[in-house]
Structures are given as structure tokens and as C-alpha cells.
Design a protein around this ligand. Structure first.
Ligand code: GTP
Ligand code: SPV
Ligand code: MN
Length: 580
């Protein structure tokens, strides 16, 4: 580790190097540096103890997928869905930007563990960065400092990540991954997944590459435990694209709590999974905190996280009240007088949203009242169901179940979702996002599909696979389903299916709940909304199938034959249902 840090320093030429031990005293000094060097403020100490607001550069507010590269000698190995650079070329190009980039700055060395400190599934990374904001966030999102150097010992088995803010110009921004070397280079951004290298860069892009080689899975999935009456807890993992509801589902306050159904949070974004001795797939959450979307988070939608956010939390790009408290749209309160926008301007209606749509909170996971007693379990939790989903105003019903593993892989591979503010670019455009991994798969997506198919054959008790859509809209353009805590009704049906009990009817796309199979008591849902939520429209699906055909064609001969078979199966079932 010291040798690699030395190399990084040779390249970036920092004025000083600070090795982070993760202590409270060190954190205090890092926060002081953050307050001095960036657009950052301490929030009201009475109501938000040890909380900070950070405003990022307005050109640096979300992941930049077009500037994110997988660097391998053979272009075919990254596939049609990733940006490619050859490793030598990338080292030269990005190296020029990193060269001398830390002159006049401090290089912080952050050793960290992804996963519980004592879990055999955990892995060590080392991030060097010139951003105190990044260090403060890494401290919440991972286990940093002494605990990591202790685990590493004199081993060189760690993922190095070199990060520099550079000049924050998007024209000089690259997030480059070298999977063969297990190396990450990131320059020109201080935001989220671009800069907190343990998260998307390591725990998904590099880890997905490792996982395929080593026979495990690194997925963009929340992990939750659904407690049922009697106290049994069944674990589920769900893959939804960025800003499509993972954090909210994982932390929900169940609308069926008085009937004995409660949700426990194990993870809200990433799952690392291995086949356990019991034949189940076991999942750990590699992260230690939640980097969650602020807008839309309120006491009505996610009271668990709201209760966690009043201490030890870093807010990024939210609004600021005259009493030094954070504010965002959907918090459940009217914009207060004297509100300041995420850009630091006085808010009025002409300014639009006071909080950036991708503004976020960074909060320690254990502060959530819903945190699972199994959160730090070294062997992880056994997963009984996988849930895929996305934002689809049309087409996808509220919930359906795949016929079997192979069909479930097809359902995941053909996922699509409307784009959100979590990445720069247009919002609301429907795009294919297989297993919610489009921006996060560190190798050829066709090989990733094959890996899923292979894993299914190896898992003695594979999870059942489902697809959900909380975002279907009616003719009036409004969401048909209330969402949030009411989503437990769908989880309950999934649990019943896992236990071989829930009722379903077969449709061309999978099993859909029968009329009375969902527990809907206490919900005022018009019957026509319910019908629309479950409608499988043959014309819409025909359109979707032709889009799927085009998407699959991108992978050429590398696409697994089983997925072509599944595609033909759906086509046949629709033909059959129409003629019947
Ligand atoms: P990333 O952290 O970017 O990966 O996003 P995420 O998948 O964790 O999404 P999150 O739970 O933060 O939700 C994103 C946005 O969708 C927020 O504005 C939520 O308020 C909103 N949202 C979440 N769940 C639901 C739901 O069930 N229904 C509706 N209508 N909106 C939801
Ligand atoms: C996402 O975009 O999926 C996020 C936010 O979780 S970031 O960490 O910026 O990638
Ligand atoms: Mn999230």
C-alpha cells in the first residue's frame, strides 16, 4: 500500500500526505478542512448536530456516464453498453490530467473495507484523494482507517483508487477503471459515484468483474428483511436503476405493520452475494452508510430515514433555511421565508427547485431505526427473492413473477426504465437498463447475462425472481399506485409466492396476482386503477419486444442462446394468447 501511495504521490505531487486512521479527532480536522476549502457549512447544531451542507460545483452534480470508461486491451471485453479506452491510452490521457494535480493540496490516504470488518465476503480498498469532502463521505459510507489497515496487514490484496478533483471542468473529467489490474483512476469530479470510489467504481464495476471470475455476484441491489407475523424474517434483494426507489423500499415503514409485517434494512444500494453452505445465496451490504436522494424524502414517504438525518449527516446540494437547516422539495413543508437554493441564491418561485433533483444525504446506516440486526452479519443473509423494477409509465404491471430462473434472467436482462437526475443527461427517456447495471457492469453485458445463467445452475436454492413497477401512470398522468410504505403489500404477495401460497394467474410475461391475491384492505384504490395496474397490453408488449430484439442484436453472437430462446417463448405465448 505504501509503495502504491508513493507512486500516486509521484504523479500528483501533493504538498503533504495524510494517512487516515478513521479516528474522531481526525474526522474533526478533516471537517474543518472541508469547511475552509469548499462551499460547505455547519448546520444548526441544536437541531442538526454534527451535520454539514456541501454545495458542489454546479457542473458537477451527478454521475457522468459518458465520461466513465472501462479500460481493457480488447474492446470486445467491455461490450456495446460501456465506454472503452485501451489501458495504455487511458493511462496516458488521464495521467496527464492527474500529473501535478495535487500541487498545493493535501493527499489524503483512505484505507477502507467494503463489507463488515469480520466478514469473509468483505474486501479492502485504498482511496487517495485531494478532497476533504470525499474523505468525510467515505468515513460514513465505508469502514475506514485502522480497521482496514489491520485487515490488510502486509497483503497487497486491495483495490487502489486514485482520485483528484483536478479543475472540475467536465472537459477534463474521466472516471477510468482497469479491471484486470483492479485499479481506479478518477479526475475532475468531486461528486458521489464519480468520487467516492468504494461505491459504484469498486463495489460494482471492479467487483462485478471479480465476481464473474470467482463465481459470486456483485449487484446494484438493496437488501431487506420482511418480517411476517410470528417473527420469521425472509430476505429479498431488489435491483432498481438509480433514483427508482431502492433506498425507499429498503427503509420503508410498512403499511401492514399492525398485521405483523415489518421491513428491516440490510442495504439500500449494493449487494455482494455468494452461495452459502446452506445452498442459499447469501448477501452482504458492502456499504456502511446511505447516500440517498433527498427530494421526495419526508415523514410521509420515508420516516425512518428522516429520523436518522438529524445528526452526523452530510447534505449535498440541498436548500438552506434561515435557521441553518436543510430543506428540499417533498420534505413535507412549504418553502420557508429566507430559503437559499442549492446554488446559494435567495429562493423565489422563479428559481425553480431549491434543492437540486439529485441532491443527497450521507448518513451512517446504523442511525436508521429500521436497520436490521443482521446488518453486520459476517456470513450475510440468505436471499429468497430477487426483485427487478424500474420507472415505466406504461407497460409493466405492478408485479409479476418469472416462470423460473432462466426466464427471470430474461426479465432482468430486458429491464427498461425512464432516466433520472442521478446521471447527467436527459430525464424521462426510457432506456434498457439490464438488472439496473447498465452504468455499473465492469465487462461485456452479454457475458454478464451468461454469468447469471451459470449462477442459477450452481445455486441449490435459487431466489425466485419478480418484477415490480411502482411508477405506472393513468390517463391523467398520475401514478396509479401510492407507493412507499404501501409497497409492502406487494412484498407480502412475493413472500407468499416464495412460500408456495400466493395466488397467481399465468400471462405471457409471467405470473400476475389474481384479483384478490393482494392484501388491499385500508387502501382506497379505485377498481379501474387496480385493473390498469395489472393490465398486460399485447400491443404495448409487441412494441417492447421489437425494442428488445434490437437491444439484443447489439450483442451479436455473444448473447447467450438461452436468452434468445426466452425471447421466442414470450413471442409464442403472446401469439397463443391472442389467437385464443
Ligand atoms: P439511487 O440512490 O440513485 O440508486 O436511487 P434509489 O433507487 O435509492 O431511489 P430512492 O429510493 O432514493 O427514490 C428516488 C426517488 O423516487 C425519490 O424522489 C423518491 O421519493 C421516489 N420514490 C421512491 N419510491 C417510490 C414509490 O414507491 N413511489 C413513488 N411514486 N416514488 C417513489
Ligand atoms: C446512483 O446514481 O445510483 C447513486 C448515486 O447511488 S451515485 O453514488 O452518485 O452513483
Ligand atoms: Mn439510493
Amino acid at each position: 500500500m505504501e509503495a502504491w501511495v508513493e507512486q500516486a504521490a509521484q504523479l500528483t505531487k501533493p504538498d503533504r500526505i495524510q494517512f487516515c486512521d478513521g479516528s474522531d479527532a481526525e474526522n474533526e480536522s478533516i471537517l474543518q478542512q472541508m469547511l475552509r476549502q469548499s462551499d460547505s457549512y455547519r448546520l444548526n447544531p441544536k437541531t442538526y448536530s454534527n451535520c454539514y451542507l456541501h454545495r458542489s460545483n454546479p457542473s458537477d452534480v451527478a454521475r457522468t456516464e459518458h465520461l466513465t470508461f472501462i479500460c481493457t486491451p480488447d474492446k470486445e471485453d467491455v461490450g456495446p453498453t460501456n465506454n472503452w479506452m485501451d489501458p495504455g491510452g487511458a493511462k496516458y490521457k488521464v495521467g496527464q490530467l492527474l500529473s501535478d494535480s495535487m500541487r498545493g493540496r493535501t493527499m489524503y490516504v483512505v484505507p477502507y473495507i467494503m463489507g463488515p470488518a469480520n466478514s469473509p465476503l468483505s474486501k479492502v480498498g485504498v482511496e487517495v484523494t485531494d478532497s476533504p469532502y470525499v474523505v468525510a463521505n467515505m468515513r460514513i459510507m465505508a469502514r475506514i482507517g485502522k480497521v482496514a489497515t489491520d485487515r490488510l496487514g502486509s497483503s497487497s490484496d486491495f483495490v487502489p483508487g486514485l482520485h483528484s478533483l483536478g479543475d472540475l471542468d467536465p472537459l477534463r473529467r474521466y472516471i477510468a477503471h482497469f479491471p484486470q489490474e483492479q485499479l481506479i483512476w478518477s479526475v475532475g469530479s468531486g461528486y458521489g459515484g464519480n468520487a467516492l470510489l468504494g461505491k459504484k467504481c469498486f463495489a460494482l464495476r471492479i467487483a462485478s468483474y471479480m465476481a464473474r471470475k470467482q463465481g459470486w455476484m456483485a449487484e446494484h441491489m438493496l437488501i431487506l428483511g420482511l418480517e411476517s407475523p410470528g417473527g420469521k424474517v425472509t430476505y429479498m434483494a431488489a435491483a432498481f436503476p438509480s433514483a427508482c426507489g431502492k433506498t425507499n423500499l429498503a427503509m420503508m415503514v410498512s403499511a401492514l405493520e399492525d398485521q405483523g409485517y415489518k421491513v428491516w434494512t440490510v442495504g439500500d444500494d449494493i449487494a455482494w452475494m455468494r452461495i452459502g453452505a446452506d445452498g442459499y445465496l447469501h448477501a452482504i451490504n458492502p456499504e456502511a452508510g446511505f447516500f440517498g436522494v433527498a427530494p421526495g424524502t419526508g415523514m410521509k414517504t420515508n420516516p425512518n430515514v428522516m429520523r436518522a438525518l438529524n445528526r452526523n449527516t452530510i447534505f449535498t446540494n440541498v436548500g438552506l433555511t434561515s435557521t441553518d437547516e436543510p430543506w428540499w422539495e417533498g420534505m413535507g413543508e412549504e418553502p420557508p421565508p429566507g430559503l437559499i437554493t442549492w446554488r446559494g441564491e435567495k429562493w423565489d418561485t422563479s428559481k425553480g427547485a431549491a434543492a437540486h433533483p439529485n441532491s443527497r444525504y450521507t448518513v451512517p446506516a446504523h442511525q436508521s431505526p429500521s436497520i436490521s440486526p443482521q446488518f453486520e452479519s459476517p456470513e450475510g443473509v440468505p436471499i429468497s427473492a430477487f426483485i427487478f423494477g424500474g420507472r415505466r409509465a406504461r407497460l409493466a404491471p405492478l408485479v409479476y413473477e418469472a416462470f423460473d430462473w432462466q426466464h427471470g434472467v430474461y426479465v432482468g436482462a430486458t429491464m427498461a426504465s425512464e432516466t433520472t437526475a442521478a446521471a447527467t443527461g436527459d430525464v424521462g427517456i426510457t432506456r434498457r437498463d439490464p438488472m439496473a447495471m447498465l452504468p455499473f457492469c465492469g465487462y461485456n453485458m452479454a457475458d454478464y447475462f451468461q454469468h447469471w445463467l451459470d449462477m442459477g445452475k450452481r445455486i441449490p436454492h435459487p431466489p425466485k425472481i419478480f418484477h415490480v413497477n411502482w411508477f405506472r401512470k393513468g390517463a391523467d398522468g398520475k401514478f396509479l399506485w401510492p407507493g412507499y410504505g404501501e409497497n409492502v403489500r406487494v412484498l407480502k404477495w412475493i413472500l407468499e409466492r416464495v412460500e408456495g401460497k400466493g395466488h397467481a394467474e399465468e400471462t405471457p410475461i409471467g405470473y400476475v396476482p389474481t384479483q384478490n391475491a393482494l392484501t388491499l384492505d385500508g387502501l382506497q384504490l379505485p377498481s379501474e386503477s387496480l385493473r390498469e395496474l395489472f393490465r398486460v397490453d399485447a400491443d404495448d408488449w409487441e412494441q417492447d419486444l421489437s425494442d428488445t430484439r434490437e437491444f439484443f442484436a447489439k450483442f451479436g453472437g455473444r448473447l447467450p442462446a438461452q436468452l434468445r430462446d426466452e425471447f421466442q417463448g414470450v413471442v409464442r405465448r403472446f401469439e397463443h394468447s391472442v389467437s385464443a
